[in-house]
Design a protein around this ligand. Structure first.
Ligand code: ADP
Length: 411
């Protein structure tokens, strides 16, 4: 099957076409500055990236341009859009309604829309992207793969906040967790790398990127995660504060004469390692600045590492043990200094980093020494492939069901 994977942001749209049999990416790219002017990037497998400006007043035009580019007689990878067998959409917030990926029917889309309150920045653009794809590919099955789904196995003690219960009942205020597609993919890969069944493992997955989250995966199921109602909770991130005393919000608003919205904006966009360092949200810049003697950049890196250590430790306690600690995403995959800083706190687990393996880049590998009791593993995440796999599974299931229905009705 050829699967088009779409990941819509408020002003961007990432896409990949994946051949599900070989799991090779046939082409990938990005639409940026949607609603502003529009820039399209397109890269067919094994060829150079092409970038050009094209008007994208809304997501519909972006999808249209992507389809046009994919079928372009000069450098397209498809003869016609009919070659797309299914579309997999990354969906951010499925609330409590979606514990797994699902076919996007009218009814399902209405339910997703009812979760918009929980993710006002993320869900609406996704739905706009789905609507554009349905309009342009009306007969192609569409599947939604939710960032929150993998975390739906958490027990209530992990997801209920210490707030009046009525807010959970009335508004579904609770911990949901995000990056679920990545946590699932990476924890399954970790089990494969260790040659064990997921059911037999306790894994802490550290997805450390621009947004960062940690999950406790016990027996293949998520039992706790660091992000909450929104992706603001948990670790100190690039520009997000992560966990703070909620009183800070009122205190800062009062002292600086700011509205609630203004403080929330600061907590989301001007905090984290950017806020602490005053340098950058990018760990490459911070590593460089710290090396050059910038004390606040160094402090930001230490605060980040400390928050990761705290969550790993607490999730080991939650699972009453751990077999593997896994690093993934931009920082987790690439920043050997941070990994080193984190893992040195786990001497008590009889775990030591193999410094040579730790310094390598870009490939799946165990980075703890062979005699380490708890394994430390680096696994590049691949959310697009995970979305493609779920899409194929659901579409195939539907095709089998439809065939059975046809056979039954013909008899
Ligand atoms: P997103 O949450 O946007 O998907 P990514 O997982 O791509 O983020 O992570 C992006 C972040 O990864 C960058 O902001 C940067 O901090 C970090 N990063 C990427 N490459 C490196 C590197 N070589 N060394 C250190 N940090 C890196």
């Amino acid at each position: 099957m050829k699967v088009l994977v779409i990941n819509c942001g408020s002003s961007s749209l990432k896409y990949q076409v994946i051949d599900s049999e070989t799991e090779h990416v046939l082409a990938k790219g990005l639409c940026e500055r949607i609603g502003i002017d529009g820039v399209l990037t397109y890269q067919p497998a094994g060829q150079d990236k092409i970038k050009y400006e094209a008007a994208m007043p809304a997501h519909r035009q972006a999808v249209e341009l992507v389809l046009k580019q994919l079928t372009n007689p000069e450098n397209g990878i498809l003869k016609s859009i009919d070659e797309i067998d299914a579309v997999g959409h990354r969906m951010v917030h499925g609330g409590e309604k979606f514990a797994c990926s699902t076919l996007l029917t009218d009814e399902v889309l209405k339910t997703v829309e009812s979760c918009n309150d929980l993710a006002p920045l993320h869900n609406p653009p996704t739905l706009v992207g789905v609507a554009a794809c349905r309009e342009l590919l009306p007969t192609t099955p569409m599947v939604g793969v939710f960032d929150t789904a993998f975390h739906q196995t958490m027990p209530p003690e992990a997801y209920i906040y210490g707030l009046p219960y009525e807010y959970y009942e009335k508004y579904a205020v609770r911990r949901y967790g995000f990056h679920g597609t990545s946590h699932k993919y990476v924890s399954l890969r970790a089990a494969e790398i260790l040659g064990k069944k997921p059911e037999d493992l306790k894994i802490v997955v550290c997805h450390l990127g621009n947004g960062s989250s940690i999950s406790a995966v016990d027996g293949g199921k998520c039992v706790d995660t660091s992000m909450g109602l929104t992706p603001l909770e948990g670790l100190v991130m690039g520009t997000r504060s992560g966990d703070i005393d909620p009183t800070c919000i009122e205190f800062i608003a009062h002292k600086e004469n700011l509205s609630l919205e203004q403080v929330m904006d600061i907590i989301n966009k001007k905090s984290g390692v950017l806020g602490i360092s005053g340098v950058s949200s990018d760990f490459r810049d911070l590593d460089e600045a710290a090396k050059a003697g910038n004390k606040r950049a160094d402090l930001a890196l230490r605060v980040f590492a400390h928050s990761v250590v705290k969550y790993i430790g607490s999730f080991i306690a939650v699972m009453n043990g751990v077999d593997a600690i896994v690093f993934t995403a931009g920082i987790g995959e690439n920043d050997d200094i941070i990994r080193s800083r984190i893992i040195e706190h786990f001497d008590y687990l009889d775990t030591t980093l193999d410094q040579k393996a730790n310094k390598m880049h870009g490939e799946e590998r165990i980075i703890s020494t062979p005699d380490s009791k708890v394994k430390v593993i680096c696994i590049p995440t691949n959310e697009e492939l995970a979305i493609c796999r779920d899409t194929v599974e659901i579409v195939t299931k539907k095709m089998v069901e439809d065939t059975v229905k046809d056979v039954l009705s013909n008899n």
